[in-house]
Design a protein around this ligand. Structure first.
Ligand SMILES: *[C@@H]1O[C@H](CO)[C@@H](O)[C@H](O)[C@H]1NC(C)=O
Ligand SMILES: *[C@@H]1O[C@H](CO)[C@@H](O)[C@H](O)[C@H]1NC(C)=O
Ligand SMILES: *[C@@H]1O[C@H](CO)[C@@H](O)[C@H](O)[C@H]1NC(C)=O
Ligand SMILES: *[C@@H]1O[C@H](CO)[C@@H](O)[C@H](O)[C@H]1NC(C)=O
Ligand SMILES: *[C@@H]1O[C@H](CO)[C@@H](O)[C@H](O)[C@H]1NC(C)=O
Length: 244
């Protein structure tokens, strides 16, 4: 008799336990949104614009929502973009802008300690570094992580975000890939930059023909406000002087 009563208590306890487990708090709401992560961190407005213009932001968000594939993103600060030679982003095609953004994304999750054992060159979304086109190497010392591309040496300044699928690191330089920005090794027969607009006169006003293609990223930025449009104009005039 007492045995039966004990069993009943166990069964009741079992159901109670099961029921309370089922009413446990639901998983955190919504998939991770890379734009929101970067907006919240501040100082990444140019990188966000590039991610949107190349539609990489949408692809990242879709991947974060639909797969368990890890991702690591190196996010250059606005200061990093500001220190680039003016007009640099517009001197490359939209396909190359896409490659530039993809070069900042690794198709695997790396924690800081995993960088310490990673083997160079790391694979990026711009391609395998093994062919020498898009090499991205990391060197570490304790928690300090440096990134070298063969064109620039950058330092990871900060972890902006990390979870079990995504890590976002702040870098102090735009990671310029060798394939797009590698300097020609020979200073041989004066390799003047070959630009179709090379013989255009210095622009007297922003409305005259200028070598800067504002339909690219800077054009997009220019839509944001009159100040930015003025900046584009100033950059355009400066650039045309330089290209003379
Ligand atoms: C991500 O956040 C941005 C900005 O807050 C928003 O415009 C966009 O619609 C969001 N994307 C998704 C997939 O929720
Ligand atoms: C995430 O994926 C689910 C299932 O594929 C889909 O129903 C949902 O709309 C997606 N959410 C976002 C924000 O894309
Ligand atoms: C300007 O850039 C856009 C996007 O980067 C490209 O599609 C277009 O062909 C370029 N136009 C010229 C004149 O270079
Ligand atoms: C990273 O770069 C900084 C600045 O160039 C340098 O002082 C430091 O020694 C480097 N650390 C590693 C691990 O390469
Ligand atoms: C990256 O590392 C590989 C392997 O150590 C090396 O062969 C290559 O020269 C390095 N590239 C750069 C740009 O540091």
């Amino acid at each position: 008799m007492s045995n039966l009563r004990f069993s009943s208590v166990l069964i009741i306890l079992f159901f109670f336990h099961t029921t309370s487990a089922q009413t446990a708090p639901a998983a955190p709401s919504g998939p991770t949104n890379i734009t929101q992560v970067l907006e919240k961190a501040g100082q990444f407005t140019t990188f966000i614009k590039l991610l949107k213009a190349t539609q990489v932001a949408d692809r990242i968000n879709a991947q974060l929502n639909n797969s368990n594939q890890g991702l690591t993103i190196f996010a250059p600060t606005d200061n990093a973009f500001a220190s680039l030679k003016s007009g640099l982003l517009n001197s490359i095609s939209s396909q190359e802008q896409l490659q530039l953004v993809q070069f900042h994304i690794l198709p695997n999750l790396y924690t800081v300690s995993q960088f310490q054992t990673a083997s160079n060159p790391l694979q990026t979304q711009a391609g395998n570094g093994g062919d020498g086109q898009f090499p991205l190497n990391v060197t570490t010392s304790g928690n300090q992580v440096n990134v070298t591309t063969g064109v620039v040496d950058a330092s990871v300044a900060n972890t902006i975000y990390s979870d079990s699928q995504l890590a976002v690191y702040q870098v102090d330089q735009v990671l310029l890939p060798l394939a797009l920005f590698g300097a020609p090794p020979t200073p041989a027969p004066a390799p003047a930059p070959t630009r179709p607009e090379k013989n255009v006169r210095a622009a007297d006003s922003p409305s005259s023909t200028t070598p800067v293609n504002t339909s690219g990223v800077l054009g997009l930025i220019g839509l944001r406000g009159k100040g930015a449009i003025l900046s584009v104009a100033v950059i355009a005039v400066t650039a045309s002087c330089l290209w003379l």
